[in-house]
Design a protein around this ligand. Structure first.
Ligand SMILES: NC(=O)c1ccc[n+]([C@@H]2O[C@H](COP(=O)([O-])OP(=O)(O)OC[C@H]3O[C@@H](n4cnc5c(N)ncnc54)[C@H](OP(=O)(O)O)[C@@H]3O)[C@@H](O)[C@H]2O)c1
Length: 317
């Protein structure tokens, strides 16, 4: 495809990795940040799409956070994500934007399925309560894309359902961060403090699938470039998962820390397993490139760079 692409959420981890990918240079990209366009404002979104008439929208923006952030503010995770999703997709339909890629999340699958999650399993069981509001919003937006495809076949609004993502531009904030940046930060802090132990929520046997953000960016560009071949709803994943304990051990190896881990068994550990099925992804002809060790090492280098910049900033101030 050629033409103009409107990318929402361009300042976040997924958005930045998408724009830093070599393929981004081949397109005219509109990437307004929240200060320029608040996607919760339906009229503003509609005006923006009418004024710029993109050929394709990549809907990435959302309120994203870890278990703790979702537990603290479930209503904000539901309402903001529904507003953003519906406003963007409805503005696209109103203005006749022919193609849209909606980024959903594997949180929208039913909880506690030990088998890989296939795309048609959405709405076949109870959601994980720790991020239910976020998941409901993602389901509503994906279903809206599906309904529009049925009602107006000229509008091809497709949904990508990524597994968990980590990488450069991730959040290392103790409240907001997801598992991978949290492991790196906690182990690094233990090393800096000379602390002998790091705590893990739950027994650490829960299994999680995390893809490096550069791989997801590569998948999204492949989807843009071969839009016609892309299934209407498709998972993006590794096809493989690791236990929470595995992530901590890889973090310890990368940081070079040889302390011990203790388990906080009274803390929530989330679903036992969440692994997406990659059958459609394989049939589409794409697979991720980075191993867990490579991805985590690059993420750690990014984190150290950030720490060094903020320390230099503090000295300068
Ligand atoms: N991270 C993951 O593990 C993961 C996994 C599966 C799917 N996804 C999906 O991928 C997408 C991006 O995730 P991410 O990890 O990149 O999140 P992120 O780093 O938190 O970025 C979210 C982006 O959304 C923007 N945004 C939020 N509310 C907005 C609003 N009201 N108006 C305009 N922009 C708004 C933010 O803008 P500001 O920077 O201006 O705040 C930011 O650029 C989300 O839809 C998420 O559901 C993420």
């Amino acid at each position: 495809m050629t033409g103009t692409i409107f990318v929402t959420g361009s300042g976040g981890m997924v958005g930045r990795n998408l724009l830093e990918h070599a393929h981004a240079a081949g397109y005219r990209i509109l990437a307004p940040r929240r200060a320029e366009l608040d996607l919760r404002d339906a009229e503003a979104v509609s005006r923006y799409v009418a004024a710029h008439r993109p050929d394709l929208i990549i809907q990435i923006a959302g309120k994203v956070g870890g278990i703790e952030a979702n537990r603290r503010e479930p209503s904000a995770f539901l309402v903001e994500n529904i507003q953003i999703g519906l406003n963007v997709v409805l503005a696209a339909r109103e203005q006749g934007v022919p193609q849209l890629l909606n980024l959903a999340s594997s949180c929208m699958y039913p909880r506690d399925h030990l088998d890989p999650l296939q795309e048609d399993m959405v709405l076949t069981g109870m959601l994980e309560p720790t991020n239910e509001g976020y998941a409901l919003a993602k389901i509503a937006t994906a279903r809206l894309c599906r309904y529009i495809r049925t009602e107006e076949p000229a509008l091809r609004y497709k949904t990508i359902i990524p597994c968990n993502i980590y990488g450069r531009h991730d959040s290392f904030d103790p409240i907001r961060s997801h598992l991978v940046p949290a492991t790196l930060r906690k182990v690094w802090e233990a090393q800096q403090a000379g602390s002998p132990a790091v705590s893990i929520w739950g027994d650490g046997t829960a299994r999680r699938e995390f893809m490096y953000a550069e791989d997801l960016a590569d998948f999204v560009w492949e989807a843009v470039e071969r839009f016609d071949d892309l299934p209407d709803e498709i998972n993006a994943g590794l096809g493989d998962d690791y236990s929470v304990n595995d992530y901590y051990h890889v973090a310890a190896q990368i940081v070079g820390w040889d302390g011990r881990f203790v388990h906080e068994l009274d803390r929530p550990a989330g679903m036992a397993r969440k692994l997406v099925d990659v059958g459609r992804q394989r049939a589409f002809g794409w697979q991720p490139r980075f191993t867990l060790e490579e991805g985590m090492r690059r993420t750690y280098e990014y984190f150290l760079g950030k720490q060094a910049r903020s320390a230099a900033g503090a000295v300068a101030a």
